[in-house]
Design a protein around this ligand. Structure first.
Ligand SMILES: Nc1ncnc2c1ncn2[C@@H]1O[C@H](COP(=O)(O)OP(=O)(O)O)[C@@H](O)[C@H]1O
Ligand SMILES: [Mg+2]
Length: 237
């Protein structure tokens, strides 16, 4: 459903992605791993057309993102590493409604989606609150709801556990796994695979803007990936 071919992308004079090829199949749960600066965020932002390739191509359902980034944005919902930077409204309800409103949906349909998405992440109780007053874990779940309300086929999540305590981590991981079980394809960029590894069908490791490993978690972690700045999950030590 997503195909990335020889993707090259640079910021000013720095090459952040240096010929990345990868494919994401429907329903998978893929970890995108690598140390700081390896290119995870830059790569993820290409999947929904937020960034467009300098060279190479990203196809979403066969449609190149540089021909139709709108298509990519509808199909691939992304949450940012910094959840607070994704907040756009004064209440949680309005915040979750923002995406569906931009899709130009009817009021009733928007309300239905907001309620459903809030329910899915356990945020029904938070709808009247200000996003700025939430705990880290609550805010992560709310930004996830905002993306789910657009009913994407793919969730691209950038460090979704950053800044969370153990309870927050657990509740966010559970919501992500539930969405994957409903059939949504999941791509998670993370420097630490541990909380996700039992659910992942595949892991791709980036190093210095290149794919250095691509396989099942068993294949990857039994070989060892610490040289790429990725910690080996406990289950494999
Ligand atoms: N907005 C930016 N401007 C300039 N360089 C950037 C920017 N964002 C990222 N980079 C550089 O691109 C490379 C990849 O960064 P990034 O995709 O954020 O990696 P990761 O998410 O794995 O930490 C790094 O060398 C980083 O310094
Ligand atoms: Mg990053």
């Amino acid at each position: 459903m997503i195909r990335v071919e020889s993707l090259v992308y640079g910021y000013e004079d720095e090459r952040a992605l240096d010929g990345v090829t990868a494919e994401f199949k429907e329903g998978g749960f893929v970890l995108l791993l690598g140390g700081n600066g390896s290119g995870k965020t830059t790569f993820l932002r290409h999947l929904n057309g937020l960034l467009l390739p300098d060279e190479g191509n990203v196809y979403v359902d066969g449609v190149p993102t540089d021909e139709d980034d709108e298509h990519a944005r509808r199909r691939v919902g992304m949450t940012f590493q910094d959840a607070a930077s994704q907040v756009v409204a004064e209440t949680v309800e309005d915040d979750i409604a923002f995406g569906p409103e931009n899709l130009g949906l009817e009021r009733d349909e928007i309300q239905r989606r907001v309620d459903e998405a809030a329910e899915a992440v356990g945020a029904t109780e938070l709808l009247d609150r200000s996003p700025y007053e939430l705990s880290g874990g609550e805010l992560r779940r709310v930004t996830l709801a905002g993306v789910l309300a657009m009913r994407p086929d793919v969730l691209a999540l950038d460090e979704p556990l950053a800044g969370l305590d153990y309870d927050g981590e657990r509740s966010v991981v559970e919501r992500i796994v539930e969405e994957n079980e409903k059939g949504t394809t999941v791509v998670v960029a993370t420097h630490d695979a541990t909380p996700f590894v039992e659910y992942a069908t595949r892991a791709v490791v980036l190093d210095d803007g290149r794919v250095v490993e691509d396989g099942t978690p068993d294949e990857l972690f039994s070989g060892g990936v610490e040289e790429y700045g990725v910690r080996t999950p406990w289950a494999y030590r």
